[in-house]
Ligand binder design. Structure first.
Ligand code: SF4
Ligand code: SF4
Length: 403
C-alpha cells in the first residue's frame, strides 16, 4: 500500500460512521443517497484506499458531486478533516478526472494576469456592443458548452487602474496587505475600491503587491496540487516584502484557502476584512444611515471554513438605521462552490432556488455576501427571476455609509 493510501485510510478510519453530519449535507438532503453523504463518501475512499474498491465512473461521480461546503466537518463530533480528505483523494485520482471546458477557462483566467486583461477588454467590447443578447439569441454559449459560465458574468464596471500602494487618509495605524483575488478586479471592482476606501479612511496604509495571484482554491479542489502549490509560493513571496500586520481578504473562499497555506508566518496574518475591522477601533459614529432592507448571506467558506460569519452581522449592525437580518442558520450552500455550478448545474440551481426563496420571504433590497463566487451565482439567479435586488459585499455597505 502506498504512503498516500495509508494516510487517506487513517483519516477515513477516524470517521465513526455516526451519521450526525448527514442532515447538514446539501447533496444528501436532496438525494437521500448514502453515497452522496459525507459518511458515504468517506466509506468509498476508505474502500478504495484499502484495496477493496477499484476506481470507477460511479466512485468518481460521488466524490465530484461534493460541494466541499464543509458543513459536515463543522457538525462532526469526531473532528474528521473531511475537506482535506476529499482534496487529497482528488489529487491522487487527478489523472482519472476530465475537467470541463468552462472550468478550464475559469482556471486560466484566475491564474494568468494576461488572460485577465484579455477578458477585461473582450468583456467591455462584448457588453458595450450588446453582443451578449445576440450571442444568447444565436445560442452560442450553449453551442460551446459555456451557458453556466456566461450566465454568471455581471455588467463590466469601468474603473481606474489599481495602484500597488495607498496611503492612510488619517493618522497611520499600520500597514496591511489587500488580497484582491483573481476575480475581484474583473467582476467586482466596487468591493476592491470599497476595501481600499474604508481601510485607508480608518488609518491603514494599504499594499496591493503586484505579483499576488489566485489563491489556488480552484486548482486544489480540482485535484491539481502541483498547480495550487505554485500559486501558494507566489502569494507567500508577494506578501513577504512588506512588514504587514495583516493580509486582508475580500472573498471568504480565498481567505479559507490562504489560511490553510503551510507557512505559519503568512497564514496567521490572513483575516477576512469584516473580521479584521471588528478587531480595530473603527469609529462607527462617522457612518451615515444606510437605508433599504438588507439580507445577510453567510458563505460556507466564512461559516464553516473561517468561522467568522458572526463578525459580519455585528459589524454591519453598527451602521445607523440599518435594517439587516441574516438568513436562517439552517440555510445550506448556495450551490456556487468554486467551479461546482459549472460542473453540476442541476444541483447548483436547486440549492440556489432554495436560498432565493428563503431570501425573498422578506422584503429585500440588498443581499450581502462575503464571497464573490456566491455573489455572482446568487445575482444571476435574482436576474433570472427578474428581482430588483442588488448583491453586494459587506465592505461596500460600509463604504457607502462613510460620510
Ligand atoms: S459526523 Fe463525522 S464521524 Fe460521524 S459519520 Fe459524519 S464524518 Fe463520520
Ligand atoms: S462538504 Fe458539503 S456537500 Fe460535501 S459531504 Fe460535506 S456537507 Fe456534503
Amino acid at each position: 500500500m502506498t504512503d498516500i493510501k495509508k494516510q487517506l485510510l487513517s483519516v477515513a478510519d477516524s470517521c465513526v460512521k455516526c451519521g450526525i453530519c448527514a442532515p447538514h449535507c446539501p447533496t444528501y438532503t436532496h438525494t437521500q443517497n448514502e453515497n452522496e453523504s459525507p459518511r458515504g463518501r468517506i466509506a468509498l475512499i476508505q474502500a478504495w484506499a484499502g484495496g477493496n474498491l477499484p476506481i470507477s465512473e460511479n466512485l468518481l461521480s460521488h466524490i465530484d458531486s461534493c460541494l466541499l461546503c464543509r458543513a459536515c466537518e463543522k457538525a462532526c463530533p469526531a473532528v474528521v478533516p473531511y475537506g482535506k480528505l476529499i482534496d487529497d483523494f482528488r489529487a491522487e485520482i487527478h489523472d482519472d478526472i476530465s475537467t470541463k471546458n468552462s472550468v478550464k477557462i475559469v482556471k486560466s483566467i484566475a491564474e494568468n494576469k494576461g488572460v485577465q486583461n484579455f477578458v477585461k477588454s473582450s468583456l467591455r467590447f462584448y457588453q458595450k456592443n450588446n453582443l451578449q443578447e445576440t450571442a444568447r439569441f444565436l445560442r452560442l454559449p450553449k453551442l460551446f458548452g459555456l451557458t453556466e459560465l456566461e450566465r454568471l458574468v455581471p455588467n463590466f464596471q469601468e474603473h481606474e487602474t489599481l495602484k500597488n500602494y495607498y496611503d492612510a487618509k488619517n493618522e497611520a495605524k499600520g500597514d496591511v496587505g489587500l488580497f484582491v483575488g483573481c476575480m475581484g478586479e474583473l467582476f467586482d471592482f466596487e468591493t476592491v475600491n470599497s476595501a481600499i476606501k474604508v481601510l485607508t479612511h480608518i488609518g491603514f496604509n494599504v499594499y496591493l503587491p503586484e505579483n499576488q495571484t489566485c489563491c489556488g482554491a480552484l486548482a486544489l479542489h480540482d485535484g491539481d496540487k502541483k498547480g495550487a502549490s505554485k500559486l501558494e509560493k507566489q502569494n507567500e513571496l508577494a506578501f513577504s516584502a512588506e512588514n504587514l500586520q495583516a493580509i486582508v481578504t475580500i472573498a471568504s473562499g480565498c481567505g479559507v484557502t490562504l489560511r490553510e497555506y503551510s507557512a505559519k508566518n503568512f497564514t496567521t496574518k490572513v483575516l477576512d476584512i469584516s473580521h479584521f475591522l471588528s478587531q480595530t477601533d473603527f469609529d462607527f459614529s462617522i457612518l451615515k444611515p444606510f437605508s433599504g432592507n438588507v439580507r445577510l448571506h453567510s458563505p460556507c467558506s466564512l461559516k464553516n471554513g473561517l468561522k467568522t460569519d458572526k463578525s459580519v452581522l455585528k459589524l454591519l449592525q453598527q451602521i445607523p438605521e440599518i435594517n439587516i437580518s441574516a438568513l436562517p442558520e439552517t440555510t445550506q450552500c448556495c450551490g456556487a462552490a468554486g467551479s461546482y455550478s459549472l460542473r453540476h448545474d442541476e444541483m447548483a440551481k436547486t440549492l440556489l432556488n432554495e436560498l432565493l426563496t428563503t431570501t425573498l420571504e422578506k422584503p429585500t433590497d440588498y443581499l450581502v455576501s462575503s464571497n464573490i463566487g456566491c455573489a455572482l451565482h446568487i445575482a444571476a439567479g435574482l436576474r433570472e427571476r427578474g428581482e430588483n435586488v442588488e448583491v453586494i459585499h459587506p465592505i461596500v455597505v460600509l463604504a457607502r455609509s462613510l460620510i
